[in-house]
Design a protein around this ligand. Structure first.
Ligand code: SF4
Length: 344
């Protein structure tokens, strides 16, 4: 664990992206940049960041401005609630903290529009406090590095990973760790097709070691009670795809991909083994699909599995043309045909 932290910090210090908000320790400027970066790319933020700070160089300047002026400056950046929160936070800082940006994490997170990620980022970048800043990118990288099979859409997983990361930075340069995670996710550990060969941490990465870099993180969102969430298997053997006929239910007598209402691909593999007596090799996560029927909605989290031996349910492209396949699965097959591999 310590080795990962040291290597990440070391790599970051030699390879960090040169961004304007990395040249300051001013919590106000860091705060403005972090709010602007929410849901917005670095390239889009940079000109706004310069303009905002030259118009309002201090918290007090921002607090003294009218909201209309702030909105005007924000024009084109979108998500205007962020501008409103910045403005009302600036007023709160003037009223409650004598116009000085607070240092304490609890005070920082009490400001409108600041959640755990932003509070941790400000605490570590401006004050070098030992807080790990965990956003979606950090969750992905840490899930892969640590080989975690927990669902990152669940709060308890976010809590667990945050606690773990907080332990990883005890006595370390937390700012470099947090920014290193960010740069690593941007350079190598991308959501699709991570570049593990070039990644400086691949020797320590559990996902890479176990060939799970295209599977992790598990990210299955919670659904409403009237909806159904499946792990759907795009199961292949050579150039054929496993399609099974539905004996009953909504799509009776139609051919479909195998799917189970389970929470992750590992539970799918167990259920599959129980039903078909065969083991599967987990290749990769493909994509989430949604299909709305008249009275119900299916959320299908599609994973690609490979059979270790053929079975009687395999179809090639010609067989599939003749088979009745519901739209819900037809669109998955069409996607695979276009983007990945399929029997041809
Ligand atoms: S080795 Fe691959 S999966 Fe692991 S951290 Fe690097 S890019 Fe991500």
């Amino acid at each position: 664990m310590q080795k990962i932290t040291d290597e990440l910090i070391n790599w970051y210090q030699k390879n960090k992206r040169d961004l304007p908000f990395r040249h300051t320790n001013d919590p106000y400027a860091i705060w403005v940049s972090e709010i602007m970066l929410q849901q917005t790319t670095v390239a889009a933020v940079i000109p706004y960041y310069y303009r905002f700070l030259s118009t309002y160089p201090t918290v007090k300047d921002l607090a003294n401005a009218s909201l209309d002026e702030v909105y005007k400056l924000w024009e084109g950046l979108g998500y205007y609630r962020r501008a409103k929160n910045l403005h009302s936070s600036a007023i709160k800082i003037v009223d409650e903290f004598d116009g000085i940006f607070p240092r304490d994490y609890v005070d920082i997170i009490s400001l409108p529009g600041i959640g755990p990620y932003t509070a941790s980022a400000i605490s570590s970048f401006a004050y070098h406090e030992e807080y790990a800043a965990i956003d979606g990118n950090a969750l992905r990288v840490l899930s892969r590095l640590l080989g975690l099979h927990d669902n990152i859409a669940e709060n308890r997983t976010i809590k667990r990973i945050t606690e773990y990361a907080n332990k990883m930075i005890v006595g370390k340069d937390s700012a470099s760790f947090n920014q290193g995670l960010m740069d690593l996710s941007n350079a190598f550990c991308r959501p699709k097709n991570p570049d593990c060969i070039s990644c400086p941490l691949h020797v320590y990465c559990q996902a890479y070691k176990n060939h799970e870099e295209k599977v992790l993180p598990i990210n299955i969102k919670k659904i409403k009670k009237t909806e159904h969430s499946f792990i759907t298997g795009y199961i292949t053997y050579d150039d054929q795809v496993m399609m099974k006929i539905n004996e009953e239910g909504l799509l009776e007598h139609m051919y479909g991909l195998v799917q189970y209402e389970v929470n992750d691909p590992y539970a799918f593999m167990e259920a599959f083994k129980k039903e078909y007596g065969q083991s599967l090799i987990l290749e990769s996560f493909v994509k989430d699909f949604k299909h709305v029927f008249t009275h119900r909605t299916w959320h299908m989290h599609v994973f690609h599995f490979v059979l270790s031996a053929p079975n009687d349910y395999l179809m090639n492209a010609e067989d599939m043309k003749k088979a009745a396949i519901p739209t819900a699965h037809k669109k998955i097959l069409d996607y695979m045909h276009k983007h990945v591999i399929i029997a041809d």
